[in-house]
Design a protein around this ligand. Structure first.
Ligand SMILES: Cc1cc2nc3c(=O)[nH]c(=O)nc-3n(C[C@H](O)[C@H](O)[C@H](O)COP(=O)(O)OP(=O)(O)OC[C@H]3O[C@@H](n4cnc5c(N)ncnc54)[C@H](O)[C@@H]3O)c2cc1C
Length: 460
C-alpha cells in the first residue's frame, strides 16, 4: 500500500500516532521489528515479551485516573477528548484498581492491534528499520529500547552527545515546597554567566557535621533497587555515578563531590569574622530544571535507592523537610534525545524536518505520556499534510505543558526524561496551596475545551 506517513515502532506512541493519522484519512505504514522474520531484522527488545503492538513492558497501570486533582489523570481526560486509541483500548481492558486506571495487558495490546489491523488506512509491516529515511514524512517512535542500528543512524543525524542511552535522574523538587527560611540562593563563589538568575543559580541546603554523617549513614543503609540482568553492564558509571556508590567510597567523599560546601556563604550563619556567612559542613544544591522556575533538581543525586527510601532520606535534608518531588531519582537503560535542543516545537528534527520523533525517545516518561506525545505528533503530521497551520494545545493543559517541556522549555543541559506533573504548568501562585491542584485542572479543562473547539472549526 502506498503510504503518506511512515511510522517506525509499533509501541504505545507509534500505535497512537498511526490511529490519529488513519482516522484523519491518511495512509500509514507502521513498521515494527518484533514479530519480523530473520531476514527482515526481526528482533525483540530486552523488555518486551510478545510481538503484540502497544505491549506494556512492566506495570499494567496508567496511574491516576482522577482528572480533578492529578496531572496524569488530566492527561487521560485530554486524550479521551482527542479520541485516543490507548484510552479506548484501555477502557475495554480495564481491571479494578481504585482511582487508578489499570488494564489487562494482553487484552489491551490485542485490542490496539485488532483495531489498527482492521483499519483500511493502516498497513502493519513486521520489519526492523535500520536507518532514518532520507525523504518522506516519518515518525520515529522506537522507545526506550530503540534497536542499536537505528540508534546509530539517529546519532549520525543529531550528533554524538544528543542521544542518551541511559537516564540518570536526580530527584526533582517543586520549588514552592522548599523551605527558603533555611536554604538560600547563591552560585559557588558568586560566579555568574549571562544566563544567571539575579541572586545566583543554585538553592543551597546547609548541613552540619552531625546532619551530614547521619545522612551519609542513611545513604549506606537505604534500600536499593537491583539492576536488571541486561542493565548490569551499563557504561554510565564514570560520568553519572549513583550518589550511594560515591558515598560508599568513604564518608568524606561526597564533601569533595556533589556536597562540596566551599564558596557557599550561609547568610543565616554569620559571625563578625564572616559577615557574609560561614560555609556549612556540607551542602545539597538544587539547580533550576525548567524555564518556569517551578522545578529544581538535586545536583548529582542520581540514585538507585528505592522510591520510599528516597523520600524518607531526602526529607531529612535541612530545608527539604516538606519537599514534594516532581520525580524521584533513578538509573535505567533508556534511549532518548536531547529534545529541547534537537527538536523544534512540532517534534521535527531540526536537522531533517521530514522526520518527527514521538514517545519515550523524545524524553517524556511513562506509558501515558509516551502515548500522548504519539497522539499529538500524529495530529501535527495530519495538519501538515492538510496544509493547515498547527496551533498546539496551550501550555496550561497537560498535553501542552508536557509538549512544551520536551520541545524547549526544559533546560537542555540537564534534560532527563519527565513525567507529566503540575510543576510543568504555568504557576498559579495567587491560589492557596491546598486549592492549587483543582485550580490547575479547572484552568486546563477550560483552555483545552477552547483549543479543541478552535481546532474543530478549521476546515478539513
Ligand atoms: C524496562 C522498562 C520498564 C518500564 N516500565 C514502565 C511502567 O511500569 N510504567 C510506565 O508508565 N512506563 C514504563 N516504562 C517507560 C515507558 O512508558 C515505556 O517505555 C513505553 O512503552 C514507551 O512507549 P513508546 O511507544 O515510546 O515505546 P515502546 O512502547 O517501547 O515502543 C517502541 C517500539 O519500537 C520498536 N522498535 C524499536 N526499534 C525499532 C526499529 N529499529 N525498527 C522497528 N521497530 C523498532 C520496539 O520493538 C517497540 O515495539 C518502562 C520502560 C522500560 C524500558
Amino acid at each position: 500500500m502506498a503510504h503518506d506517513v511512515h511510522i517506525i515502532g509499533g509501541g504505545l506512541a507509534g500505535s497512537e500516532a498511526a490511529w490519529q493519522l488513519a482516522q484523519a484519512g491518511l495512509k500509514v505504514r507502521l513498521s515494527e521489528m518484533r514479530g519480523a522474520s530473520e531476514d527482515k531484522g526481526g528482533e525483540m527488545t530486552p523488555a518486551h515479551q510478545t510481538d503484540g503492538l502497544a505491549e506494556l513492558v512492566c506495570s499494567n497501570s496508567f496511574r491516576s485516573d482522577d482528572s480533578d486533582k492529578n496531572a496524569v489523570g488530566l492527561l487521560h481526560d485530554e486524550m479521551r477528548r482527542l479520541d485516543s486509541i490507548v484510552m479506548r483500548a484501555g477502557e475495554k481492558a480495564r481491571v479494578p484498581a481504585g482511582s487508578a486506571m489499570a488494564v489487562d495487558r494482553d487484552v489491551f495490546s490485542a485490542e490496539v492491534e485488532r483495531t489498527l489491523s482492521n483499519h483500511p488506512n493502516v498497513e502493519i509491516v513486521r520489519e526492523r528499520v535500520d536507518t532514518l529515511p532520507d525523504a518522506g514524512l516519518t515518525i520515529v517512535a522506537t522507545g526506550a529500547l530503540t534497536a542499536r542500528t537505528l540508534a546509530e543512524s539517529i546519532v549520525q543525524a543529531t550528533g554524538e552527545d544528543r542521544l542518551a542511552f541511559f537516564d540518570a535522574i536526580a530527584p526533582i523538587v517543586h520549588r514552592d515546597s522548599i523551605d527558603m527560611d533555611i536554604c538560600w540562593v547563591q552560585s559557588r563563589w558568586n560566579k555568574r554567566t549571562e544566563a544567571s538568575n539575579a541572586e545566583g543559580d543554585y538553592i543551597n541546603c546547609p548541613m552540619t557535621k552531625e546532619q551530614y554523617y547521619a545522612f551519609h549513614q542513611g545513604l549506606m543503609d537505604g534500600e536499593k533497587t537491583e539492576f536488571r540482568e541486561w542493565e548490569k553492564d551499563t557504561p554510565y558509571f564514570d560520568g553519572c555515578m549513583p550518589i550511594e556508590v560515591m558515598a560508599s567510597r568513604g564518608v568524606e567523599t561526597l564533601r569533595f563531590g556533589p556536597m562540596k560546601p566551599v564558596g557557599l556563604d550561609n547568610p543565616r550563619d554569620t559571625t563578625p569574622e564572616f559577615p557574609q556567612g560561614r560555609w556549612p559542613y556540607a551542602v545539597v544544591q538544587l539547580r533550576q530544571d525548567n524555564k518556569l522556575g517551578t522545578l529544581w533538581n538535586m545536583v548529582g543525586f542520581q540514585t538507585k535507592l528505592k522510591h520510599g527510601a528516597q523520600v524518607e532520606l531526602f526529607r531529612t535534608i535541612p530545608g527539604l523537610e516538606n519537599a514534594e518531588f516532581a520525580r524521584l531519582g533513578g538509573l535505567h537503560r533508556n534511549t532518548f534525545l536531547n529534545s529541547p535542543e534537537v527538536l523544534d516545537r512540532q517534534l521535527r528534527l531540526k536537522a531533517a524536518p521530514h522526520i518527527r520523533f514521538a514517545g519515550q525517545v523524545t524524553g517524556c516518561e511513562g506509558y501515558v505520556e509516551s502515548s500522548a506525545i504519539g497522539l499529538v505528533c500524529g495530529m501535527m503530521v495530519a495538519a501538515e499534510l492538510a496544509g493547515e497551520r498547527w496551533e498546539g494545545p496551550p501550555r496550561t493543559t497537560a498535553l501542552g505543558a508536557l509538549l512544551s517541556h520536551i520541545t524547549g522549555d526544559a533546560e537542555a543541559d540537564s534534560f532527563q526524561p519527565m513525567n507529566v506533573n503540575f510543576g510543568l504548568f504555568p504557576p498559579l501562585h495567587e491560589v492557596k496551596k491546598k486549592q492549587r491542584k483543582e485550580a490547575y485542572t479547572d484552568r486546563a479543562k477550560a483552555e483545552f475545551g477552547a483549543w479543541l473547539s478552535a481546532l474543530e472549526r478549521v476546515p478539513a
